[in-house]
Ligand binder design. Structure first.
Ligand code: PMP
Ligand code: GLN
Length: 389
């Protein structure tokens, strides 16, 4: 074979995702896994049973319709009306995807020409860089700075060029937990309208907001026609393995994203689509219960990390806490996370890998708190013993 690298240049440097690396480390060491964001308890029993029923009844065992089963598309439209007062046509304005991950990929592949610029706030979820790269786009990172990780709206305005095609936004934000305020969301929307930008909003943590409120950008003036809103059942219903996600947008944007999506998976998660349709219709008490439970867990782990000597950035949403390890005398988040399981039996994720900027986030480490209370207590005890004992 020629000396040419096997992996193409667009994917060069993307390596193995940090989530796979750290979950493998957890499995190999038996450490408590507060790295990859998945709950250690499944979602509602009734919804699990709904999936079993669909499978037994032969619903979704063969290819479901490309845009998603009608029951789920209607449930997504009902959800948008119920929580955000937004009218969405379940036939033309909804597309079911293989998790939010496929929705992000299909949106980038559909909407970008090579060389188009995509502005995103870093630290960003790792698939953003990969998907923009696969589509031949150019990512333009804007750094959210500690301690409060607010977006710099002047920097955002200055970053828009004639080559800017879209803003890729994530609120509630993984990994910092930042939730855009109404003023921030409004300013971003006004800029998008003024500069005629498309906006892709990753809203997978829409129901996990502890302080403030989730404002879908698509509900703001001038935004409905330029926004592709992405969400997923994984986080809201604690079934991350089912990989049921979706987009809501205009018929034109949905058709564009569907064009790319149909050649990625075509369709996925047949029986699970029926179960998620039932999940979306759960009463308000379910949604507030998940949120209140996670808020208590956030406070439990945040206090434990503070006691162990970490600087803690308490998140407004998501199920992640970003910390700084500098007060522990540590200088490198990746090295710290690779050593942590043998040091004290806990796995975390280094935020440094979510930045383009080479030194930003160098001492930031993320802990997931979507775990049982006793697991969080044990992890906190281990960290306290290791760093203050
Ligand atoms: N976006 C963000 C910000 C995430 O944290 C995740 C991880 N769950 C995803 C997208 C992917 O979601 P899914 O598992 O539905 O593909
Ligand atoms: N979204 C999850 C996290 O941020 C990971 C999902 C994945 O492993 N791709 O931890």
């Amino acid at each position: 074979m020629s000396g040419r690298p096997l992996l193409n240049r667009r994917l060069d440097g993307l390596g193995t995702t940090i989530f796979a690396e750290m979950s493998a480390l957890a499995a190999a060491t038996g450490a408590i896994n507060l790295g990859q964001g998945f709950p250690d308890t499944d979602g509602p029993e009734a919804i699990r049973e709904a999936a079993v029923r669909a499978l037994r009844d032969g619903r979704g065992n063969q290819y479901p319709p490309g845009p998603g089963v009608p029951e789920l598309r209607h449930a997504i439209a009902d959800h948008q009306r119920r929580f955000y007062g937004q009218d969405v046509d379940p036939d033309a304005e909804v597309l079911v995807t293989a998790g939010a991950t496929e929705a992000i990929a299909a949106a980038m592949l559909a909407l970008l020409e090579p060389g188009d610029e995509v502005i995103a706030f870093e630290p960003f979820y790792d698939s953003y860089a990969a998907c923009v790269a696969m589509a031949g786009g150019v990512r333009v990172p804007l750094t959210l700075h500690a301690p409060d990780f607010r977006p710099d709206l002047d920097a955002l305005r200055a970053a828009v060029t004639p080559r800017t095609r879209l803003l890729l936004l994530n609120s509630p934000h993984n990994p910092t937990g930042t939730v855009l305020t109404r003023a921030e969301a409004t300013a971003i929307a006004e800029l998008a309208v003024e500069r005629d930008l498309l906006v892709v909003t990753d809203e997978v943590y829409e129901h996990l907001v502890f302080d403030g409120e989730h404002i879908p950008l698509s509900t703001l003036p001038g935004m409905r026609n330029r926004t592709v809103a992405i969400s997923s059942a994984g986080k809201t219903f604690s079934f991350t393995g089912w990989k049921v996600g979706w987009i809501t947008s205009t018929p034109e944007l949905v058709a564009a994203v569907r064009t790319a999506k149909q050649f990625l998976t075509y369709v996925a998660s047949g029986p699970f689509q029926y179960a998620v349709a039932e999940a979306l219709a759960l009463p308000d008490a379910y949604y507030t219960g998940v949120r209140d439970d996670l808020r208590a867990k956030r406070d439990l782990l945040a206090d434990g990390l503070t006691d162990a000597g970490f600087e803690v950035h308490r998140p407004q949403g998501t199920y992640f806490i970003t910390t700084d390890i500098a007060p522990l005398g540590e200088k490198d988040a990746l090295a710290f996370c690779r050593a942590l399981p043998t040091r004290c039996g806990v796995v975390a994720v280094p935020n440094s890998v979510f930045y383009d900027h080479p030194t930003a986030g160098r001492t930031q480490v993320r802990f997931a708190f979507c775990k049982r209370e006793e697991v969080l207590r044990t992890a906190a005890d281990r960290l306290r013993e290791a760093f203050t004992g």
